[in-house]
Ligand binder design. Sequence first.
Ligand code: SAM
Ligand code: GLN
Length: 308
Amino acid sequence: MVAGDVKTIAAVLHWGRSYLRAAGVEEPARTAAILLGHVLDHDTGWVYAHPEEMLDEEHLFAFHRVVKKRAQRVPVQYITGCQEFMSLEFLVCPGVFIPRPETEILVEWVLKVSRSLRPKVCKGGGQETGDPLIVADIGTGSGVVAVSVAYYVPWCRVYATDISTRALKVAAENAARNGVAGRVSFWQGDLFQPLDENGLAGQVDIIATNPPYVSTAEYRDLEPEVRRWEPAEALLAGPRGLDFYPRLAGEAPRYLKPGGYLGLEVGYNQAGAVTAMLQSDGRYTAIEVWRDYAGRDRVVTARCRGRG
Ligand code: SAM
Ligand code: GLN
């Protein structure tokens, strides 16, 4: 608790930092500032710039509450309710996977392919009179891939699926908040199944997916933030973490146009196995592996054979 009646920002930050450090939370100083900013409805920069400012009882109480929550290893994003991704703001809540920065590699690849396909949808004096590019996001979670692709590629139409209705609710809210609700549909179901029901077999230009890919052994070693608070069904994928890839690789060609693209996010040690899977399938060409900013293999992409 804050000693006596010293309730300046500097003093409560000091308390928060010590409390979090004692609980073994990473980056205790930065976390305390983020949490105080959240409580005061200001950014972290403002918090640092106003060390002498006094807190009222209500804010002090709220700060104590969130610091204690964080000390119980609730992820910061579940406390603040948001996460930035591709420079956009996304809502998250317990039960919905928190988007990771490395998934931006998958989105960047979709943006690159979308730009290369753009001339095909532009007819007549540069006016976009053609059919929109069709993008599918399988296992959309909070909707980060679907929404950021729709946001940065105005000439596309996105269809996103997830098994979790809770995730889909959050994803739909994120599409609305980012102004793309009119171009993204969210469907509940098992992987591609909703695409079938909506007549999208053979219609999709790009499939992007960040499926669960954590192995049983890796899962046991994940931080308490992830194990205790994030949905296991968003992460766990069997003994080697590879359970989803045979189905994704096996079923994707049914939905892709000839020459369509498939992008799979993978775990740092899975690119070899996933590449081999795509090669032995026989229907894929131009198989490539993309690394994340930490230099780890992160995305495997391929093109479905065909006219294109
Ligand atoms: N695309 C989001 C992102 O990158 O932040 C979420 C990725 S999370 C690793 C995997 C998502 O797949 C979760 O939202 C989970 O609910 C969903 N999922 C798991 N099994 C599924 C299935 N059989 N069909 C559809 N979605 C599934
Ligand atoms: N990168 C995530 C983690 O290890 C896993 C994401 C996934 O399974 N798709 O926390």
